[in-house]
Design a protein around this ligand. Structure first.
Ligand SMILES: [Zn+2]
Length: 169
């Protein structure tokens, strides 16, 4: 995988180097001001604030994203990005909303959980060829790795996300 190769390049081939998992950090885009923060992997589960705006990087809630915000998360976040493409006029979307929030509580901070209102961010719906809503799409390292159309319960959202990530890591 490309990430592993880059880590090897920068660290050389020293076999005595400390385990990468204890020292590695991740780029996490702030959901409030879109500043890219560097967070130690070990600190990911702790309450971590943005170095720029000092708000929490993770709140256990989904983040409503414009196209510009989405692109920053897509390109810079070094954690997976889960997106619910929805619209206010869509009944199944509104029904799924509480389940999506429950899933967000369980998936963060391993996954950034986002919502894109396809009424407001119409370009994004077109760019990703969203044909029906709700559609969940999972992005990893800037590219889509899976999508699923149709409303799901919280447990199914979490299970689907984790099984997709297990296949793509
Ligand atoms: Zn911030």
């Amino acid at each position: 995988m490309s990430l592993c190769l880059r880590a090897l390049d920068s660290k050389g081939l020293m076999t005595t180097a400390p385990s990468p998992s204890s020292t590695a950090s991740l780029h996490i885009v702030c959901p409030h001001c879109q500043t890219t923060n560097r967070v130690a992997k070990a600190d990911l589960g702790k309450a971590t604030d943005c170095g720029q705006c000092h708000k929490a990087l993770f709140s256990g809630q989904s983040v409503a994203m414009s196209e510009a915000a989405f692109d920053k998360h897509l390109l810079r976040d070094q954690i997976p990005l889960l997106v619910d493409f929805w619209a206010p006029w869509c009944g199944p979307c509104r029904q799924m909303a509480p389940a999506y929030e429950q899933a967000a509580q369980q998936l963060e901070p391993q996954v950034r959980v986002a919502k894109v209102n396809t009424e407001e961010a119409q370009n994004l719906g077109a760019r990703f060829n969203i044909r029906s809503i709700p559609t969940l799409a999972l992005f990893l390292n800037g590219r889509e790795v899976a999508r699923q159309a149709g409303a799901m319960g919280a447990a199914d959202i979490v299970r689907w996300t984790q099984s997709q990530l297990a296949q793509h890591r």
